[in-house]
Design a protein around this ligand. Sequence first.
Ligand code: NAP
Ligand code: ZN
Ligand code: ZN
Length: 352
Amino acid sequence: MKSTKAYSAISETSALAASTIERRELTDRDVQMEILYCGVCHSDLHQVRNEWRDSMPTSYPCVPGHEIVGRVTGLGSAVTRFKSGDLAAIGCMVDSCGKCPPCLAKEEVYCEKSAVLTYNSPDRHTGGYTFGGYSEYIVVDERFCLRVPANLDPARVAPLLCAGITTYSPLRHWKVGPGQKVGVVGLGGLGHMGVKFAKAFGCEVVLFTTSPNKIEDGLRLGASQVVVSKDASQMTPHTGTFDFILDCVSADHDVNAYIRLLKRDRTLCLIGAPEKPLAVASFGLLFGRKRLSGSAIGGTEETQEMLDFCGKHGITADIELIPIQKVNEAYDRLLKSDVKYRFVIDLASLRA
Ligand code: NAP
Ligand code: ZN
Ligand code: ZN
């Protein structure tokens, strides 16, 4: 085992603080990476504070971070796809059974036996649980290591590893494209990538926000209209007009107000994961035979496809680069929807 500097929380009420964790020795299939950048996802905040206690309780100490871009510094003998010095990336997953139907389809996030998340999941190598990217180094199975397009700024690539794939995957799955009206709810880390991808796929994009000060940015990022969702007079004209709605909200909100906006037989997909269950009125779904669905991150193959798509189209996240010492402040701002539009930690600040 190798000691590595990290930032961790020791309980659900503790702030993140400097600590030391152990990383495993390289197996023959492992890649070791010096982490350069790690995005701050709202899921990090949910898990540090144990807000998903009912479905995914947090083990402490918790080292969050699953939007990782780094430099390869070590290779197992059987690694074939990377060489020392390469830029590489890791997203939300680091292991899975590799044999079940979703794994064979490279949709490892839906693994039926053992989807291992980048942090807070049982770790078969150490017997403990996994630690994420708010750290100096990470060791990962080559299968979960991704290639970073050379033409993109690596700091702005980091958020693609969760916010990017989590929005790209459902938009692809539900085949949104030209001629369709697509709604994106909430302009945060996920939402701003959702707007960029829906626009890149040729849709008419409408952004729903609770923050009137984000109207200009919504239009700049690719929405043709921005609706302030608290204003009923802005919502009503859109009733029954949407082909697809992607709900990226991190807190409790009225999902029925968006189901109402769908056309008959169309889908609202939840990707936000608020602490408490949402209330859904059956009648909103019944009349119109509408569908309420969900989507989790995306598999390795689709994540690579998304990164390559971003390379080809010059798409990256809008970020605020912070030293790790400011991460608790960043969490406070995240809770106030005050980020444009993803905090990314510069891990040079942890090494300094
Ligand atoms: P974020 O950057 O904090 O963005 C969330 C946005 O939701 C805010 O910017 C805000 O947008 C809106 N919002 C916040 N509180 C609200 C409220 N009370 N009512 C209505 N709108 C509100 O978070 P994120 O990192 O994008 O993550 C969003 C959610 O997705 C989190 O729950 C996260 O855990 C989840 N997630 C899920 C997956 C998955 O696999 N499905 C992957 C990653 C993250 P406006 O200011 O525009 O209203
Ligand atoms: Zn995430
Ligand atoms: Zn599996």
